[in-house]
Design a protein around this ligand. Structure first.
Ligand code: MG
Ligand code: MG
Length: 248
């Protein structure tokens, strides 16, 4: 069921989203060679708690930590460990925070030191694909318009679109209806209405879009080992367009 949020609920979702944004900004200077992903997780957890919020993912369907940290060929649901970041790594950090019962969800991909030009290309165009999707958010458009815009942009730039994983509604649960795929046809799927809140999250690869799930039953990895990137904002449909909730 797709829920329409009241103005008051959108305010709370914006506060939750802003805490997620601030957590990303706080982590940025720490994303360097030598830090372990566990250390990043602890920094993020303490930061979220210090803002009167709780990590959305910890304990969600058995997920063990605050952050999803996915490195290089890992696409999503990588989790913190004693693995150290290395120069040239591409690291996707997905953050969820819950404030007064409402969630924010945003992923961003970061370069560790200097990365290869093809990885920089992947990051640049996955981020742009996210904004191509966001441009389609307005009342009267459909989920398929967002999906189609992301897919077309990715194809134009010869990037693989991961289809097994999708965006979603956000509210008092971090994952609600509707699903927001990164591929599809214009004019299909649920119609966007003011008060809908969705997470749009293209996951693109430099190679094949095929994926598999690691032995830990959580981490999703590109089948051909090609590098992946993941950018996500939680946004609200407004009367005249879109409001990004996980931004400044
Ligand atoms: Mg996320
Ligand atoms: Mg999400």
């Amino acid at each position: 069921m797709i829920t329409i949020k009241s103005k008051r609920e959108i305010e709370l979702l914006k506060e939750a989203g802003h805490i997620v944004f601030l957590t990303h900004q706080y982590l940025k200077p720490f994303i360097k060679a030598g830090i372990t992903t566990k250390e990043l997780d602890k920094l993020a957890e303490d930061f979220i708690i210090s803002h009167d919020a709780t990590p959305s993912f910890k304990g969600y369907e058995g997920f063990p930590s605050t952050l999803c940290i996915s490195i290089n060929e890992e696409i999503v649901h990588g989790f913190p460990s004693n693995r150290k970041l290395k120069n040239g790594d591409v690291v996707s950090i997905d953050i969820g925070a819950c404030y007064k019962g409402y969630h924010g969800d945003s992923a961003w991909t970061y370069a560790v030191g200097k990365v290869d030009p093809d990885k920089a290309y992947l990051m640049e165009h996955t981020e742009k694909a996210l904004y191509e999707g966001i441009k389609q958010v307005k009342p009267g458009n459909h989920i398929g318009d967002i999906a189609h815009a992301i897919e077309e942009y990715a194809k134009l730039h010869h990037l693989g679109v991961v289809k097994e994983l999708v965006g979603h509604g956000v509210g008092t649960s971090v994952h609600e209806d509707p699903e927001v795929p990164n591929y599809g046809e214009k004019g299909t799927g649920p119609r966007l209405r003011p008060g809908m809140v969705i997470a749009i999250e293209p996951m693109l690869t430099l190679g094949s879009p095929e994926v598999y799930v690691a032995d830990n039953d959580l981490t999703v990895i590109s089948e051909d080992g090609s590098c992946a990137a993941h950018y996500e904002h939680t946004v609200a449909v407004t009367e005249d367009g879109v409001l990004i909730l996980t931004g400044e």
